[in-house]
Design a binder for this molecule. Structure first.
Ligand SMILES: C[S@@+](CC[C@H](N)C(=O)[O-])C[C@H]1O[C@@H](n2cnc3c(N)ncnc32)[C@H](O)[C@@H]1O
Length: 249
C-alpha cells in the first residue's frame, strides 16, 4: 500500500516530468521551424549568388557575401536594376563586394561610373585591389571619405567626408550600406539630406539592412523630408528598401 504522502510525491514527480517533456516538445518544434526557415533562406541566397555569377559572366570569384558584406539577394537587386536601367552615375556609401557587382554591371552596359565612399583606408585598399584583379578599376572609384562631424538634419552628425564627390552633380543610383551601425544612432540618415537633392529624375536609392531600428528610423525621417520619394520594401534577408520618385511628383 502506498501512503498518501508517497502518492503526492509520485504525482508531483509525474507533473514535473510531463512539464519537461512538453517543454522539450515545444523546443523541438521551434528548432524544426527555425531550421526550415534557415534552409529556405540559405537556398535563396545560393540561388541569388548563382544567378549573379551567370548574369554578370564573372570569371573570378567575388569576395565574400553576407555578414559585413551585402547578401546575394540584395546584390541581385542592385545588379538587376543597374543592368535594366543603365545608370550613368552610381554613388555608394561603403565599398566592398557591392562595388565589384556594380562596376561589372556598368562594364557590361558599356558606360557609367561607380563612386564609392569608404571611411576605412584598409577596406578602401582592399576594394581597389579587387577591382584591379577583376579588370574593373576604370569602372569604379573608391573615394577615401573619413567620417567627420557635420551639420545634418538640424544637428551635428558623423558621416562621410564627401568632398571627393564635389564634381558629381546628378546621381542616377544610390546604394546605402554604410557607415556601420555602431558609428552613431541612425548612422545612415545623412545620406538623405546630402545625396537626395542631387538625384536625377528617375533615380533610385537602395538601402540595405532596412530591418534594423536605426535604418527604419532613417527611412521614417526620409519619408517626411522627401515626400516625392516613394519607399518600397524589398524581400531581402537583412531587410532592404528602394526609394524612387513618385510618378508625376
Ligand atoms: C556593411 S559594410 C559594407 C559592405 C559592402 N557594401 C559590401 O557589399 O561588401 C560597411 C563598412 O564596414 C567595413 N567593413 C567591411 N567588412 C568588415 C569587416 N569584416 N569587419 C569590420 N568592418 C568591415 C567597411 O569599412 C565598409 O565600408
Amino acid at each position: 500500500m502506498i501512503d498518501a504522502a508517497a502518492l503526492g510525491v509520485l504525482l508531483l514527480l509525474c507533473a514535473c516530468i510531463l512539464h519537461k517533456v512538453r517543454h522539450m516538445h515545444l523546443l523541438v518544434h521551434t528548432m524544426k521551424d527555425d531550421s526550415r526557415q534557415q534552409n529556405a533562406s540559405l537556398f535563396r541566397q545560393l540561388e541569388a549568388l548563382q544567378g549573379l555569377y551567370v548574369s554578370l559572366g564573372l570569371q573570378r570569384a567575388l569576395p565574400l557575401t553576407r555578414g559585413w558584406a551585402a547578401s546575394p539577394d540584395f546584390l541581385q537587386e542592385l545588379a538587376a536594376h543597374a543592368l535594366d536601367e543603365k545608370p550613368a552615375c552610381v554613388v555608394e556609401c561603403s565599398s566592398g563586394t557591392s562595388t565589384l557587382v556594380l562596376a561589372r554591371c556598368l562594364q557590361i552596359n558599356g558606360y557609367g561610373k561607380v563612386y564609392s565612399l569608404e571611411h576605412d583606408p584598409v577596406y578602401a585598399r582592399r576594394t581597389r585591389r579587387q577591382l584591379e584583379m577583376h579588370g574593373l578599376a576604370s569602372w569604379a572609384e573608391v573615394i577615401d571619405a573619413p567620417l567627420l562631424a557635420q551639420a545634418c538634419g538640424g544637428k551635428q552628425q558623423v558621416w562621410y567626408d564627401c568632398s571627393g564627390l564635389a564634381a558629381v552633380q546628378r546621381i542616377d543610383m544610390v546604394v546605402i550600406d554604410g557607415p556601420p551601425q555602431l558609428t552613431c544612432e541612425q548612422a545612415r540618415y545623412p545620406a538623405g539630406p546630402v545625396l537626395f537633392p542631387r538625384l536625377s529624375p528617375g533615380a533610385a536609392v537602395f538601402l540595405d539592412d532596412a530591418a534594423r531600428p536605426g535604418e527604419r528610423a532613417a527611412l521614417a525621417r526620409w519619408a517626411g523630408e522627401f515626400p516625392e520619394l516613394e519607399i518600397c520594401a524589398l524581400p531581402c534577408e537583412k531587410g532592404a528598401a528602394i526609394l524612387r520618385q513618385r510618378p508625376f511628383a
